[in-house]
Structures are given as C-alpha cells and as structure tokens.
Design a protein around this ligand. Structure first.
Ligand code: DGY
Length: 438
C-alpha cells in the first residue's frame, strides 16, 4: 500500500512538473509557480529526484526582486485558465521587481529556510546538497532581511501581511470583519477558478472584489511598502506567517553556522529572532482562547478566532512549555473530537465553520505537515501521530485533493476530497510523511 501510494504521488508530481523547471500546483486551476507550494513540492521531489527538487527551489528564488522580496506567484508562461494573471498584477510597477519574470506584488509564508534544511536532511549526497545550499542561502537570508527592514512596523520582530493571499489562508473567516470595514467597487471580471472547481468550494465574487481592490491600492503606489503600510485596508500580523519566519530563521542560523564565516548574518538573524519570539508570545498568544490569534493592525484589534494557523507556532521554538500545552489542549478539545479528522483549517465549533469551503474549514495537508512536526517537536507524540495518520487516510481514501472535509462520515458528498485534484503539495508531503524515518 505504502509503495503504491508513493508511486501515485510521484506520477502526480512528475505530471505537474513543467519544462521551465517549476511545478504547477494543479492543472487548470493553478497554472503557474506559487511560492510556498514550491517549497513543499521540492521536499517530495527530494526523495526520488534530487535534481528536480533543486530546480524547483532555484527557479522560485531566481524570481527574487532586487530588494529581497519573493513574489507569491511567478508567471513563467501565459495561461488563460487563471484570473487574476500578470496583466492584472503588473509587478513591473515596482522599480526593483524582477526584470526576468512577471509576478504578483505580494508574497507568501517564508518557508525556504526550513525547506533548505529539510532538503539537506533528505539528500543522500550531503556534499552536493551543501554546495547547492551555499549557492541559494543568501537569497533566503535577503528575503528575511526584506521582511524585517520593510514590514516590521512596530520594530518588535513581527512582520505584517497586506493581503489575505499573503497569508496562504485565502478566504478564512478571519478576514470577514476586515471586509466589513471596506466597500470596494463591484469589478467586472471573469472568474476562472469556478470553471475548474464547484463554486461552493471557492471564495465568493464579492470576496474577490475585496481581494482585487487591495491590489489596486498597492498598484496605485507602485507596490511601495511604506505606502501600502499607510493605506492598505488589510494590514495583519499573522501567527502562521511569523512562526514560519521564526522557524526558517532557526534553519538559516544552523545552516550558516555549519557553513562558517557568516557571523554577521548569524548575528542579525539571532537578534531579530529574539524579538520575534518574545513578541509572538506577548502580542499574539491569547491566554483565554488557548491559541495564537491574528492582529488587525489597521483597525487595532485582535481577531479572536481559532484556526489551524493558531497552532503553527508549535513548529517553531517560540511556545513556552505552558503555551505548548495549552495549544495541544485547545486543538484536541475544539478540533479533535471523535468523528473528525485533524486538523480543520477553522474552528469546527464556531458558527462560521464551513466544512467544504476552501480555508473556512477543510483540512489542508501542508498545514497538517507543519502541525505534525510542531507537535512532535514539543513532545505531543499521540496527537502528532494522529495528524499524520489522518492525513494519510484522507489521501488514500479520496485521492490527491487540494483540501478535505474533516467530517469522517460526510453527509454532503461521496468523497471528502475538494478543490483541485492531483494537487502537488498533497502528493509531495505524502511522500515526505511516508519516507520519514521514525
Ligand atoms: C487562488 O487563486 O485562489 C490562489 O490561492 C491565490 O494565491
């Protein structure tokens, strides 16, 4: 069974790999290269085709801007199956944007620090992988410097995101209260996603108006960071984004230390790391909820909802013992009752929970991978192994879907698999789960 699943996953990844040396997340629905997808995808390749793993990382990092920024989508090719494409985003408005690639002007969670370290762990030829890492690591470092120098508004080590697509959790109920503060025009455009996937599993048209409006504001100011920070109606501190940054800092520090002769960079990372960890715990941990929460900087208020991002800091060194215990307890009590797969992307006990709609409830395999490693790191082995076995069962029973219904007996559909099928990171992380040495 295990070998069969791995073979199928390899087929998915290989068929999504493109001539340009990058991998699309899913045919039709997502026809370009996405930033955090590409990191997870590289881990899958690394177990059976190290040259594709390296190519994937090399290609996304090659699209870095001169200021260290790495965009969330790189438009390597033209495709009319996706909206909004390169002509809408117009990344060339920013004077330091890549001249080689068209892209968006927003980013996604900074996964590449820990991805490089995991590639080193997986690689059989350590010397070869270390040589590769030596060539790429400064780009990842520059990306972290970009965040700390441009997006740390309060100088407290927490960096903001200015768009829901930067969070990775695109249409989470987290953002609903922010949409209430806005009144964007009703744009005329042709959605492409809903011709690939049932509309009930995707964001609404009105939600898209909000997404586009924020981009219009950023474009009016040529994607200038300080202007975006001043004007964007969406300006949020996200515990997922920040804990991924913290976790990637840890990896960069370890990798630079083993490479040697990089004291200045290590010092810079360590100094910022200290502040980031302290502020994550003091500003984003919500004691009463027993979870990390998001903070809406524009409206100066906490967003008091629990979602899978609320537990992501477990993947980093940030949580104290007490915090980690409280996170595991909340996860088990709210997300983990019998009859439910771990881990729903939004609080299943909340009225806004929707088991079928994208980031408003379904289980996502990349989040499960982060949470699995996080729980293990902090010693919650039972919960960790439940997350891993739930992930494997969901894929085995339903296929390599983009997201899954967390209800074990699903009254609404024959399959628990939703969104795009033959989805790359689902395949890649299944391989990484199954190849893990336990
Ligand atoms: C989409 O098009 O839904 C993407 O997730 C945006 O990043």
């Amino acid at each position: 069974m295990k070998e069969q699943m791995i073979d199928k996953a390899i087929q998915v990844l290989d068929s999504n790999f493109q001539d340009g040396g990058f991998t699309i997340p899913s045919k039709g629905l997502y026809p370009f290269q996405w930033k955090w997808d590409s990191g997870f995808i590289a881990l899958g390749f690394a177990h059976y085709d190290i040259s594709k793993a390296k190519k994937e990382v090399e290609t996304i990092l090659d699209a870095q801007w001169e200021n260290g920024f790495i965009p969330h989508i790189v438009f390597h090719n033209d495709s009319d199956t996706y909206f909004p494409g390169p002509n809408f985003h117009e990344s060339n408005l920013h004077p330091l944007a890549s001249k080689k690639y068209r892209s968006t002007g927003m980013t996604q969670p900074p996964v590449f620090g820990f991805i490089l370290e995991r590639l080193y762990e997986i690689a059989k030829d350590k010397e070869d992988m270390m040589n590769f890492i030596k060539k790429q690591i400064d780009k990842v470092y520059e990306n972290h410097v970009y965040f700390y120098e441009n997006r740390d508004l309060n100088n407290d080590g927490l960096v903001y995101i200015y768009h829901n697509w930067e969070s990775g959790t695109d249409n989470s109920p987290l953002w609903d209260d922010i949409w209430e503060t806005m009144n964007p025009p009703e744009y005329t455009f042709e959605r492409r996603d809903t011709s690939h996937v049932d509309a009930s599993q995707r964001p609404s048209k009105r939600e898209y108006d909000h997404y586009l409006y924020i981009i219009e504001i950023a474009k009016e100011h040529n994607y200038h960071d300080a202007k975006i920070a001043e004007l964007s109606p969406f300006l949020v501190l996200d515990p997922l984004f920040n804990s991924v940054l913290i976790r990637s800092n840890e990896s960069l520090i370890r990798l630079y230390e083993s490479i040697g002769n990089n004291e200045e960079k290590v010092d810079y990372l360590k100094q910022h790391q200290l502040k980031s960890v302290q502020s994550l715990n003091s500003k984003l941990f919500h004691k009463d909820l027993g979870a990390y929460v998001h903070f809406d900087l524009r409206n100066n208020r906490q967003i008091p909802y629990i979602c899978s991002s609320s537990f992501a800091p477990l993947y980093s060194s940030a949580p104290t013992r007490l915090i980690a215990e409280s996170l595991a307890k909340t996860m088990l009590e709210k997300f983990g009752d019998a009859g439910r797969y771990l881990c729903a992307s939004f609080d299943p006990t909340h009225e806004k929970f929707n088991p079928k709609k994208y980031w408003r409830g379904p289980v996502w395999i990349n989040m499960n991978w982060i949470l699995y490693h996080g729980l293990k790191r902090h010693g919650f082995y039972d919960l960790a192994s439940r997350i891993k076995s739930d992930s494997l069962e969901l894929i085995e029973k339903n296929g390599f879907f983009e997201y899954f219904d967390s209800r074990q007996s699903n009254p609404d559909a024959d399959s628990n698999g939703y969104g795009g099928n033959n989805f790359s990171w689902t395949a890649a992380l299944l391989i990484d789960f199954l190849k893990e040495e336990v």
